[in-house]
Design a protein around this ligand. Structure first.
Ligand code: ZN
Length: 139
C-alpha cells in the first residue's frame, strides 16, 4: 500500500507516481487524508484535465475566474471519487473528508456519500482484515 504523502511527496493513484506537496496546503490541512485530497484536486486540475489549462487564460481575462476554478475543483473531486474509489476506501477515506474541503458542492458530497463509507468503522474492519490476510500470506 502506497503512503498518501511521504517526505513532502504526494502519491497520485492515476499517474502511479508522486508529485511535490503544496507548501500552502501543508499549512491549511493538518489531517493527512484531507491534505492529500486537497493536493490531488489541484494536481488533477492541472495534470489530468486539459480544458483547465487551456481555459484559464481566456476565462481569467474575460470571465469569472473564481467560479471557473470552483467548477473545475468540484469536477476534479467527482472524477477522483469515481476513478480512485477503491484507493480511497483502502486508505480509510469517508465522505467526511470531502465535506472538510473548502466549498464542496452538495452534488459532490452526495456522490462521496454514495461511494464511500460514512464513518471509519467499516474501514477499520476491512483494514484489519487486509492486515490479517497479508500476515497469513507471509507465513
Ligand atoms: Zn496524477
Amino acid at each position: 500500500m502506497n503512503a498518501l504523502i511521504e517526505d513532502g511527496h504526494v502519491f497520485c493513484p492515476l499517474c502511479n507516481e508522486t508529485f511535490e506537496e503544496s507548501e500552502y496546503l501543508r499549512t491549511v490541512f493538518g489531517e493527512v487524508k484531507q491534505r492529500w485530497l486537497a493536493n490531488l484536486v489541484t494536481h488533477y486540475r492541472h495534470e489530468h484535465v486539459n480544458y483547465y489549462n487551456n481555459g484559464v487564460g481566456y476565462v481569467a481575462a474575460f470571465h469569472d475566474y473564481d467560479s471557473f476554478k470552483h467548477q473545475a475543483n468540484e469536477r476534479a473531486k467527482r472524477q477522483i471519487l469515481r476513478k480512485c474509489k477503491q484507493f480511497l476506501i483502502t486508505h480509510g477515506f469517508t465522505s467526511v473528508d470531502f465535506s472538510a474541503l473548502q466549498g464542496t458542492d452538495p452534488k459532490t458530497l452526495e456522490l462521496a456519500e454514495r461511494l464511500l463509507p460514512k464513518s471509519n468503522t467499516s474501514t477499520y474492519l476491512s483494514l484489519l482484515l487486509l492486515t490479517g490476510a497479508s500476515m497469513l500470506d507471509g507465513e
